[in-house]
Ligand binder design. Sequence first.
Ligand SMILES: C[S@@+](CC[C@H](N)C(=O)[O-])C[C@H]1O[C@@H](n2cnc3c(N)ncnc32)[C@H](O)[C@@H]1O
Length: 259
Amino acid sequence: MSARGTVHLVGAGPGDPDLLTVKAHRLLSSCDALVYDSLVPKALLDLVPPGCERHFVGKRRGHHSVPQPSTNAVLVELAQRCRCIVRLKGGDPFLFGRGGEEAAHLVAHGVPVQVVPGVTAGIAAPAYAGIPVTHRRAGSSVTFVTGHEEIDKRRPGVDWRGLARSSDGLVIYMGLHNLRRIAEELLAGGLAAETPAAVIQQGTVEGQRLLLSSLAELADRVEQEAFSSPSIVVVGQVVAQRVEACCPTPAAVEMPIPF
Ligand SMILES: C[S@@+](CC[C@H](N)C(=O)[O-])C[C@H]1O[C@@H](n2cnc3c(N)ncnc32)[C@H](O)[C@@H]1O
């Protein structure tokens, strides 16, 4: 059956609803179906018109996420009935958001798809903590990297030692769980023990927390201060360029599944 509608893969931004793009706002205000997951503020869900179908495909407390094939199937099915479908994802859909997989699946099933980039947590959370991810005097290159260990060992893991040598700054998503091993690898790759590092938990929204530490002490400090997900880790001299005076006030928001 051929598709009736278009699926828009839309970035919701990092949490503060004011960081939504104008294009995303326009699509949310006029869509007839919405598919969303956990890291999306409730204020954005309230933008959809009355009568818009809503489908939650994120992780519920104590449960696993909806499996990717089920989400793909929901999107294909909606495209056969609805005209404008918004697939809303936290941050940017193509940055650790599986947006690429969903886009490829939809195209393979004859569904027109459009991507709407969003403000990623890896830039916004450091910014709300006053940390620039590049700096002319402290960092000319930055790497966005996942700290989430691939279960599938047939695929190569992240070369942390190589990154220690090749990138001035690192912005690590989903890195808390493996932080001790990541820090050890970065030190083994040549980063100095006193390299500045930061963790920003719940960036851009009320309850945002910031931890500043040396790389050598980072894993211990994160444990002692009970930092938890969602958090961004920044490693590099850019952390020392932090300008506290420029930090915006995190937004008071309600999430569909509270942090
Ligand atoms: C599956 S990735 C999705 C990233 C998203 N596509 C983006 O561009 O921001 C989820 C991870 O993003 C990071 N993250 C998302 N929102 C965050 C926030 N408000 N504050 C800190 N980290 C956040 C955390 O590392 C979290 O584990």
